[in-house]
Write a protein that binds this ligand. Structure first.
Ligand SMILES: [Zn+2]
Length: 93
C-alpha cells in the first residue's frame, strides 16, 4: 500500500497518509492544524512493505551473523546430549 505525503500550505507540516488504493486525493486534512490547504508531495511516495519483503531485503551477512552466533551456544552441539548420557551397555544392571 502506498503512503502519500502532503505538505500543508498553512503551517508547512508534512502529513503522511497510508492510502488503500492508488487514486489518492489531491489534498487531505493537515494533521497539525486541520487545514484543508494541503498538496501532495509527489517525490517522496513510499511503499509500505510487508515484514516478509523486509526480511528478504536483508543483507545475507545477517544470516551468517545469526549462524555464527548460534554456533557458539551450547545447544548447537547436537551430540552434547549423547555424550552426557551413559551407553546402555555400561549402565548398571
Ligand atoms: Zn497545517
Amino acid at each position: 500500500m502506498p503512503i502519500y505525503e502532503y505538505r500543508c500550505q498553512d503551517c508547512r507540516q508534512k502529513t503522511s497518509k497510508l492510502w488503500r488504493g492508488f487514486d489518492a486525493p489531491q489534498s487531505i486534512l493537515c494533521a497539525a492544524c486541520d487545514s484543508e490547504n494541503t498538496s501532495r508531495v509527489i517525490s517522496s511516495v513510499a511503499f509500505h512493505k510487508s515484514l516478509g519483503s523486509k526480511l528478504q531485503d536483508l543483507d545475507p551477512k545477517y544470516d551468517r551473523m545469526v549462524d555464527t552466533a548460534a554456533a557458539n551456544t551450547a545447544s548447537s552441539d547436537e551430540n552434547a546430549f549423547l555424550r552426557k548420557s551413559t551407553p546402555l551397555s555400561n549402565a548398571d544392571a
